[in-house]
Design a binder for this molecule. Structure first.
Ligand code: HEM
Length: 192
């Protein structure tokens, strides 16, 4: 019995040693570990600072349904007077202001604010090169990456308010005056 327990202990400790040497043995793994630790730190820190704010920030009035060009989207990076944050995912623009601790200035995903985050989300990258200055049709992404973008889109759809489309170059904005009542119901549901 004691022998069995000793063997089990040895197996466990050799497994731990293998995991540690795998993590620290390659510069790539070390870099990934560093990025993950940094993101966890930023998320925990933003949670703490949100907890220490005594009164909840008043919610912004919902935006009227409208389409955006990339240039128009850039104005909503959370640094404006109103502090509103918009992000595009797979051609759809979402108001993510209620997720400001993620996307606001200084947040772990603050670089997405006012941008099309599709490529960054698809490739799991937080580098500036995943955020293009011109319209990104994502045509070079593979099917797995496109699947991942669609999953992110669904996640955003569930959590945040959809505001309108991200316009392709030359595309005309839609006139949403007839659909405003439906939109109000959608916004009310999300804010509950
Ligand atoms: C590699 C290490 C990473 C770790 C440990 C990490 C950790 C986390 C955690 C814990 C959350 C949930 C926070 C919460 O609900 O309180 C989160 C959310 C999120 N992460 Fe990461 N993440 C990592 C990398 C990335 C990368 C590379 C991207 C994008 C390119 C990304 C994009 C997001 C987004 C968009 C959210 C959702 C925020 C929301 O709910 O609106 N993460 N991450």
């Amino acid at each position: 019995m004691a022998d069995e327990a000793r063997v089990e202990e040895q197996v466990e400790s050799s497994l731990i040693i293998r995991i540690i040497s795998e993590l620290f043995g390659s510069p790539l793994n070390l870099a990934l570990l560093g990025i993950c630790s940094f993101l966890i730190y930023k998320i925990v820190a933003s949670r703490r600072s949100a907890d220490s704010i005594p009164a909840k920030e008043p919610e912004l009035p919902p935006l009227k349904k409208q389409d955006f060009t990339l240039e128009q989207l850039r104005e909503f990076d959370g640094k404006g007077a109103e502090g509103r944050v918009l992000i595009a995912v797979n051609g759809k623009v979402f108001d993510v202001t209620r997720g400001k601790r993620f996307y606001g200035p200084g947040g772990p995903y603050g670089l997405f604010a006012g941008h099309d985050a599709s490529r960054a989300l698809a490739t799991f990258s937080l580098g500036e090169d995943a955020l293009k200055n011109e319209y990104d049709d994502l045509s070079d992404l593979n099917s797995l990456q496109m699947e991942s973008v669609r999953e992110w889109e669904m996640q955003f759809q569930e959590k945040y308010v959809y505001v309108g489309k991200l316009l392709k170059p030359g595309e005309q904005p839609t006139d949403y005056t007839d659909t405003e009542d439906e939109e109000k119901t959608e916004v009310d549901k999300k804010s509950q």
